[in-house]
Design a protein around this ligand. Sequence first.
Ligand code: ADP
Ligand code: VHF
Length: 283
Amino acid sequence: MSEKEFDFTKKKRVVVKIGSSSLNRGETGNLNFTKLEHLVRELCDMRNRGMDVCLVSSGAIAVGRQTIGLNERPKDISTKQACAAVGQARLMMTYQRMFAEYNQIAGQILMTKNTMVNPVSRENAQNTFEELFRLGVIPIVNENDTVSTYEMQFGDNDTLSAIVSSLVGADLLILLSDIDGLFTDDPHKNPDAKLIKVVDKIDTKLLGMAKGSTGSDVGTGGMATKLTAAKIATLSGADMVIANGVDVCILHHIIDDDFTGTIFKADKSESFHIADFIMETIG
Ligand SMILES: Nc1ncnc2c1ncn2[C@@H]1O[C@H](COP(=O)(O)OP(=O)(O)O)[C@@H](O)[C@H]1O
Ligand SMILES: N[C@@H](CCC(=O)OP(=O)(O)O)C(=O)O
C-alpha cells in the first residue's frame, strides 16, 4: 500500500463481513474460538476508537451442521433451515458471551430480501440499525436462513453486507475472505494471477476476473459476489476492502492502512439508490 493514501482512521461507520470458512476449523468443522475471540476484540477496539461497528457474520448453517452431526453439506432447503436454526442460536450465544467480556453489547438482526423490497420493512430495519448505533450496540447481521425460501434469499452474505452498508450509510465495508484480495484470476487455478491493490472503477474487464463458485465446503459466495458487493458499496459512497481473514487482527492494520489486500474506492460518479437497485436486480 502506498504511504497512508487511505486514512481509514477517520471512518465513522464500518461494516465487517466474515465468511463461514473463516469462522470454522476446516479439518473438524468446529468453531475456531481463538479466531472468534480475536475478531470480537478487534471489533471492540474499533468501537473504542469511536466508530459505529456492524458485523455481518455467516456461519449459521455450518455451525448447525456440525452441531447436529451432518457429514455432508446440506442440499435441500429444509435441512439448511434446520441447521441454521441450531447454528444461528449457537453462534449468537458465543458472540454475546465474548462481546460481554469486553463490556460491549451485541444485538442480532436477521434479514430476508423482503426486508429490503418492502419500503416499510426497509425503513423499520434502517431505524433499528440507527437506534442500535445510537445506543452503542454492535449489530450482528445474517440472512434469516431459518425461514427464507429460495425466492426470499439474498443467497450470499457478501451482497447482504453491501446492502447493509448502503442501508446504514457506512463509509467502509471490509470483507474478510479466505484469500488476500481480488486477483487477476482465481489464484487457486492460475498461479500467475496477480493481486490487484486498488480499484478506482468496477468495469466489465474487472468483473470478468472473478470466478463464481466458492472454494470452500461451507461458504456460498466466491469472488463474483464480492464484486457485486463492491459495486453496491462503492456506488453507495463507501470504500470497500477485501482482505484475508486467516488472521483477523488484520482489521486494525486495515484501519491503519498497513496491510495486503484490495481497496475499492468509493465511486460518487453515478447516482445510486439502494431501493431502486433492489427492485431492479433482486426484487
Ligand atoms: N479473481 C479472483 N481473485 C481471488 N479469488 C478468486 C478469484 N476468482 C475466484 N476466486 C475464489 O474466490 C474464493 C473466495 O471466496 P469464498 O470462497 O466465498 O470465500 P469467503 O467466504 O471466505 O470469502 C477464493 O478462495 C478463490 O478461490
Ligand atoms: N447465511 C449463511 C451463509 C451465507 C454465506 O454467504 O456464507 P459465506 O460464503 O460463508 O459468507 C449462514 O450463516 O450459514
